[in-house]
Ligand binder design. Sequence first.
Ligand SMILES: [Fe+2]
Length: 261
Amino acid sequence: MIDIHCHILPGIDDGPETIDEAVEMCRMAHADGVKTIVATPHFNPGVYEPASAKVFGLAAELETRAKEKGIDIRILPGADVAVTPELPGHLKKEEYLTINSTGRYFLAEFPPASVPPKWDAFLLSLLSSGMVPIITHPERNAWFMEHPDALYSIVSRGVMVQITAMSITGAFGEDIQRYSIFLLQNNLVHVIATDAHSAAYRPPLLSEAVKMSSDMIGEDKAKALVTTIPVAIIEGKSVSLPEPVRPRGKKKGWLQKVFLH
Ligand SMILES: [Fe+2]
């Protein structure tokens, strides 16, 4: 499996503080079946703005330290990029902001409870310039929970969606779990990632979420979300995605419609 969203570089954001904890996260991920991690520190101007050299250096150092401990894992550069008006300029300037520096796919993070004005036109303009935004964890964003129709609209235009493994397993509560399942069942998810921040509280584990997703959408579709689709993303290649299903009914209809196994 490949994890395209993981705060695993030490001392650079709100992820692990030490290289030892980062190596422990590598060990946990590898034991869980993850062989490639995209290290995605926050990029949020004025809050977190790591320099390219630091991200590349720490990713290489972590991979080396993990290998010294017998953990055969690949660490690629990337970033968890806050959606701000200045984003197009940053994406051109900082190589690591696209996943594995291919210049194509990037993680687009919104605030927890809202979206900026004209967010959809903004993402579509980036899409038409040849980049592919991957909206991170909309299942944990209060606005997207109220507007699955808006998510459908932008996905049908080619923007991608990543949801978080712990949302599927229920660690963020039942509403978020139900909405995650709803999105999975409507082909509105393209990637499951850990968004891990630590070894203890936000661990870098995928397998349980993939198993639960397999029960709901079938093994082939669930596995593609952590294998073939992320492979295309890290290689910067095109990938065919399932046709999204338009959500029906009233707002938050997903609360009633989704039944947990
Ligand atoms: Fe993140």
